[in-house]
Each structure stands twice: as structure tokens, then as C-alpha cells.
Write a protein that binds this ligand. Structure first.
Ligand SMILES: *Cc1c(COP(=O)(O)O)cnc(C)c1O
Length: 217
């Protein structure tokens, strides 16, 4: 199947409330345009420089999501245009996003990344750190960021029950956060290998790359 066929195929099986972020890291502008020409506008990248380079040359009605780990010194490059930052995992980073968003006279929507997998290498907050952060007084002074939800990645494993348990746990944190804060409406979980389970467990935003664009090198 071609890129447009695969994209439309996946989209047609997603429940209406689930948004698809088409993950285009390492993929060319031509491949992205094939997806764009189906009417899709929501794309995700995991490196700031790569996203900026693509933003510069591709149509300006694309909504770019930063799904990777963000270094504070890179925030300024995407602040003019990024539409959602998924990988926020510290107050320090939120402060930098707030500062750069203020310069651009905009409010940048963010998700807090939660560490739900057992792998040590994955970024993100623990449950305890999450609720500590959202209880921090300083957060209320940041007028140019808006926390809209949570993001997480399950363990890379064939054990589907384990993946399900991790997503269930993240969904529970999401519901708890909704009771504490207004405007919590996005639960970003699920990739090519596990998005069906993620949706069953309450995801409303999936990030899919290889199932649309093929394997990356
Ligand atoms: C690469 C990536 C994805 C997409 O992964 P696929 O397995 O290709 O669908 C999703 N989320 C994040 C954070 C990624 O870095």
C-alpha cells in the first residue's frame, strides 16, 4: 500500500474522538506531502532542528507537534510555530517554554510526559513527580504555557498485558489530573505497535510513524 492508502486506512479505523499524529521523523518532504495531500494536517517530529527545517519549506497550515525529548536551549527555535509539545517533564523546561512563548506573544499547549515503561532510558515524570509538579505554586505564574494533558510510551515488549497495564495506569493519572486542573483534554498514548490497546485504554491521541511511512533506517 502507498503512504496515502495506509494513512487513510488507519484513520478510517480510529474512533472519531481519537486524533492521529502522523510521525514523520527521518521522512522526506515528498513523503510528508503525500500524506498532506490526503487532507491530513497533523504531523509529529522528535527533533527540533528537523521539525524547524520542515516547517520552513512545507505548507504553513501544517500543525507541528514536538513528540521527542526537548532540550531547553532548543525551545526558542520552535516557539514561533509549534502547536503542541508532548515531551515536557520538568518545571525548568516549562519555564523556558513560557519565556519563549511570551516573546512570540502566544500560549503554547503542552503535555506532561509520564514515565510508564520499565525501561530506564525513557524520559518522563513518575506519578509522584507529576502531582508534585502540578501542585507547584510557580506553575500558576506561567501564563504562556497551557498544560492540556499527558503523554506516555509503554514498554517495548510482546507482552500485551504489560503494555495494557501501563496504559491503564496512565489513564488513571489522566483522570485524576482532570479533577485537579481545568483544560485537561489530551491523553497521548499509542504508537504503531500498540495504538489499538492504547485506544481501548482511553487514549485520544495516537502517534503513528512506521505503519504509515514504512520502517525508518
Ligand atoms: C517515533 C515515535 C513514535 C512513532 O513510532 P512508530 O513505532 O514508528 O509508530 C511515536 N512517539 C514517539 C515519541 C516517537 O519518538
Amino acid at each position: 500500500m502507498s503512504i496515502p492508502e495506509k494513512l487513510l486506512d488507519i484513520k478510517s479505523e480510529l474512533p472519531e474522538e481519537v486524533l492521529l499524529v502522523a510521525v514523520t521523523k527521518t521522512k522526506s518532504e515528498e513523503e510528508i506531502m503525500q500524506a498532506y495531500n490526503t487532507g491530513h494536517r497533523l504531523f509529529g517530529e522528535n527533533k527540533v532542528q528537523e521539525m524547524v527545517a520542515k516547517w520552513e519549506v512545507l505548507p504553513k497550515d501544517i500543525q507541528w507537534h514536538m513528540i521527542g525529548h526537548v532540550q531547553r536551549n532548543k525551545v526558542k527555535y520552535m516557539a514561533p510555530f509549534v502547536s503542541l509539545i508532548h515531551g515536557v517533564d520538568s518545571l525548568k523546561l516549562l519555564r523556558e517554554i513560557d519565556k519563549q512563548a511570551r516573546k512570540q506573544q502566544r500560549v503554547i499547549p503542552c503535555l506532561l510526559q509520564i514515565h510508564i515503561a520499565e525501561e530506564e532510558t525513557k524520559f518522563g515524570l513518575s506519578e509522584e513527580e507529576l502531582f508534585h509538579l502540578v501542585g507547584d505554586e510557580q506553575l500558576r505564574t506561567l501564563d504562556h504555557v497551557r498544560i492540556e494533558g499527558l503523554m506516555g510510551m509503554a514498554t517495548f515488549t510482546d507482552d500485551r498485558d504489560k503494555v495494557r497495564r501501563e496504559f491503564k495506569n496512565l489513564h488513571k493519572m489522566y483522570l485524576r489530573l482532570q479533577e485537579m486542573m481545568a483544560g485537561i483534554r489530551i491523553l497521548s498514548m499509542g504508537m504503531s505497535g500498540d495504538y489499538q490497546i492504547a485506544i481501548e485504554e482511553g487514549s485520544n491521541m495516537v502517534r503513528i510513524g512506521s505503519s504509515i511511512f514504512g520502517e525508518r533506517n
